[in-house]
Design a protein around this ligand. Structure first.
Ligand code: ZN
Length: 310
């Protein structure tokens, strides 16, 4: 049952989505949470990417870009299937012969389900930009560890009306693998730079302890321990007013030795590496700016426009 609070939030989501469509900033398709974007929207994303690069510049991270496909074998090692099976996306294709092809077309012609004619491939859709970096880090790290700047489209199956909850969206994140101290220091350094950046762009942001939406009963225990040990901090902007939960536009995560042990990443002295990442949800960051400063970027303050090269 929907509570009055939930239905008022749903109405706010719908209204914001409609405003974005009316303003021509996003193009709605039939898949909830999958939008086309206008040139004006993309100009904000480009501006954010430049501003984020400037904020990270002196740390000289290695820049790596990956497609949204992720090998099934690496996907299994991330532990995603254990924690978020409901958000998973897999790529299937047709591998049959002429006879199977004819049967597929006949089923489609009859309006029957034809998905069982497709076979899973070795590719999954990547759910977080940093996941593509862990197979690259396998092996021994230099003394100072490694800091990577990664970005790309990610997929999570969570259809929603809220334009800030997309199924396909871009994450820009900074990953560090090294000693426990290096990983923790990376997270706090990037979180504080991120807070300054977000505030400089005129957003009211709060850093809050958070947990991932782990699946099922075992997931509730994981969520509690993630929160209890302060492994996740979200930077939250209140898109829908003070009476509703805010929207995380960025998060900082300390994974301890989770990826280090699953991907055999070692520090210079041979210990299992620890890792941390700080990532921005680029579309959410853009939506927070639009919600705060208005839907016409030409009317944004000179300072914000200059910072984003608009
Ligand atoms: Zn990450």
């Amino acid at each position: 049952m929907t509570t009055p609070d939930q239905s008022s939030l749903l109405a706010l989501h719908q209204a914001f989505r409609d405003e974005l469509v009316d303003a021509g900033l996003v193009i709605l398709g039939s898949i909830p949470g999958s939008f086309g974007r206008s040139g004006e929207f993309e100009a904000i994303i480009d501006g954010l990417n430049s501003a984020i690069s400037r904020a990270a510049g002196d740390l000289a991270p290695e820049v790596l870009r990956f497609p949204p496909l992720f090998p099934r074998e690496a996907f299994e090692r991330t532990g995603y299937l254990e924690s978020f099976p409901n958000l998973t996306g897999e790529i299937s294709t047709f591998t049959g012969d002429d006879r199977n092809h004819a049967a597929l077309l006949a089923a489609r012609e009859d309006g029957a389900d034809w998905s069982h004619f497709l076979t899973p491939t070795d590719s999954m859709l990547v759910p977080a930009a940093c996941h593509s970096s862990y197979p690259i880090l396998t092996g021994q790290l230099p003394e100072s560890g490694r800091t990577l700047d990664v970005s790309g489209y990610c997929f999570r199956h969570e259809p929603a009306i809220d334009p800030a909850r997309m199924q396909a969206f871009r994450i820009r994140e900074f990953v560090h693998a090294g000693t426990p101290d290096q990983a923790v220091a990376h997270r706090s350094e990037f979180l504080s730079r991120s807070i300054s950046l977000v505030q400089d762009l005129g957003l009211e942001v709060e850093a809050v302890p958070a947990n991932d939406p782990f699946f099922g009963r075992a997931g509730r225990i994981l969520a509690r321990s993630q929160r209890g040990e302060s492994l996740k901090t979200e930077l939250v902007v209140r898109l829908y007013g003070d009476s509703h939960d805010g929207t995380a536009i960025a998060s900082g995560n300390y994974h301890r030795d989770h990826f280090g042990s699953h991907f055999d990443i070692r520090t210079a002295n041979g210990n299992v590496a620890h890792s941390a990442c700080v990532g921005f949800g680029l579309e959410r960051f853009a939506l927070a700016l639009l919600r705060t400063h208005g839907l016409q970027t030409s009317r944004w303050s000179q300072h914000v426009r200059a910072a984003l090269h608009l």
